[in-house]
Design a protein around this ligand. Sequence first.
Ligand SMILES: C[S@@+](CC[C@H](N)C(=O)[O-])C[C@H]1O[C@@H](n2cnc3c(N)ncnc32)[C@H](O)[C@@H]1O
Length: 271
Amino acid sequence: MSWSSETPLPGTPHYTLPNDWDFAAERLALLGAAYDPGSIALAQRLGVSAGWRCLEAGAGGGSFARWLCGTALPGGRVLAVDADTRHLTDLPALGGEVAQLDLVTDEIPAHAFDFVHTRFVLLHIADRDIVLRRLARALAPGGILLLEEGDGLGVPAEMPGPFGEVWRAFAHSTELAGANQSWARTLPTHLNSLGLTDIQAEAEIPLFRGASPTARVWNLTWTQSRNALIPLGIPPTLITAAQADLEDDQQWFHAPPTIRVWARKADLTDL
Ligand SMILES: C[S@@+](CC[C@H](N)C(=O)[O-])C[C@H]1O[C@@H](n2cnc3c(N)ncnc32)[C@H](O)[C@@H]1O
């Protein structure tokens, strides 16, 4: 798996939006601005609070891990892991721990966390089922796994105009690199077969206007993905048109659903 902007060998699974891109910090901060309110509200509903031991897997720009530090510490633990931790350097000063590791192959503490969270991570990893099992294993008895992952689920075909055309090509380009845009909908079944209990799930379709944080995330995503889209037959003028639409605050868009699935580990059953 490659996490840098260097061109991967054809057919090699790789992360298509690497953190070493010039505007990655901005893109990840916008992702946090767009999605943290929903993630935080759900984490609060699930009881995340002072003293909880938390694992943020694929922490990216670290905004949610920062919230965890402010919520679970002191008394708890916040471990933020990512294959590329360059945007997480401030976390130790907040009491958090940072580890650069590959979720597929590197060691993750077992039975150690009350709360394990991912957002827009597993869908990108070709070996996502291996990671899922390892994240479930990281839960202490009674711990909660919360997964927030993107999934096309019916929406992409309905997305009109240049934004829709570019989104569909983008989704295809990520799948060529090992992502799966229709996997998150199967998470409840996977968590059930891993022996987790109290499984709950929801899907939310973000509706957003041009020039909003969500619009700017997609705008930067099209810039970062440009070299992968053009070989798929997407004309540069179409990407430019989609980006101009995304800057227009009179236009509204819908993005693919965010699927949120959460469940509890009842006991120390080894996974
Ligand atoms: C789309 S970003 C999401 C960041 C953050 N979770 C958020 O929602 O703001 C995906 C993150 O997963 C990380 N990632 C992808 N594959 C990984 C792997 N195999 N092991 C660890 N991190 C990985 C990337 O480096 C990136 O930071």
